[in-house]
Design a binder for this molecule. Structure first.
Ligand SMILES: Cc1cc2nc3c(=O)[nH]c(=O)nc-3n(C[C@H](O)[C@H](O)[C@H](O)COP(=O)(O)O)c2cc1C
Length: 195
């Protein structure tokens, strides 16, 4: 499946101005946040994004990964949709329990996901788990890329040991990410831009 890996978009850096400055106008894109979590931190991040980014993507949906399989990425559901995988790490670098079924179905029901555009927020603890820091998000990302899905931008790592508030940091990152990504996907010639 490695041969299917698509060339990644280059990501233009965006400077963090004030959180709500320069709204880029209503977008036709939906943001679907898939939450993999054990103790709700990733869910709190997703909810903060839902509140802070409602002016950039419509709608912003938050869905726990429980019960999902690869069909969540079916082409008809992925049209005009950006996915954001917001996921923590457990065990020895594993995805959380509620993400196991979806994660394994990316192998068991593998299919080409070239129509999927996504970002990743990887939660972890770099002090307590330095060897497997953020591996839940990293492993999910690798699996999606193996299937041809296109990650937009770099992974956002949220470290529970760095003293920052994950909700604030995640929402700030997501605003910048969305602005950059929406510019890319709506640029003339971009796949799915309709131009
Ligand atoms: C039992 C246990 C195992 C963990 N293993 C890892 C790990 O391997 N790598 C990592 O980066 N973080 C690890 N963490 C840290 C969590 O991923 C981190 O605290 C995260 O913010 C929790 O998010 P959640 O509440 O959404 O599940 C572990 C935490 C616990 C309690």
């Amino acid at each position: 499946m490695k041969a299917l890996v698509q060339r990644k978009y280059t990501f233009r850096p965006v400077f963090f101005n004030s959180l709500h400055s320069q709204p880029s106008g209503p977008s036709q894109m939906k943001l679907k946040i898939l939450v993999g979590s054990m103790t709700h931190t990733a869910d709190h991040v997703a909810q903060a994004i839902q509140m802070e980014c409602a002016d950039l993507a419509r709608p912003v949906e938050v869905e726990w990964m429980d019960g999902l399989d690869i069909h969540v990425f079916d082409a008809e559901k992925a049209a005009d949709t950006l996915f954001l995988v917001c996921i923590s790490t457990y065990g020895e670098g594993d995805v959380p329990d509620n993400a196991q079924m979806l994660f394994h179905s990316l192998d068991a029901q593998a299919r080409f996901l070239g129509h999927v555009r996504y970002g990743v927020i990887a939660l972890g603890d770099s002090m307590a788990h330095s060897q497997t820091y953020g591996f839940g998000g990293k492993r999910f990302d690798e699996r999606l890329q193996d299937l041809g899905a296109q990650r937009l931008g770099d992974i956002c790592f949220l470290d529970s040991s760095d003293g920052t508030l994950p909700e604030a940091k995640g929402a700030q990152w997501c605003r910048a990410w969305l602005k950059a990504v929406l510019e890319q996907v709506s640029a003339p010639g971009a796949a799915g831009s309709g131009s």
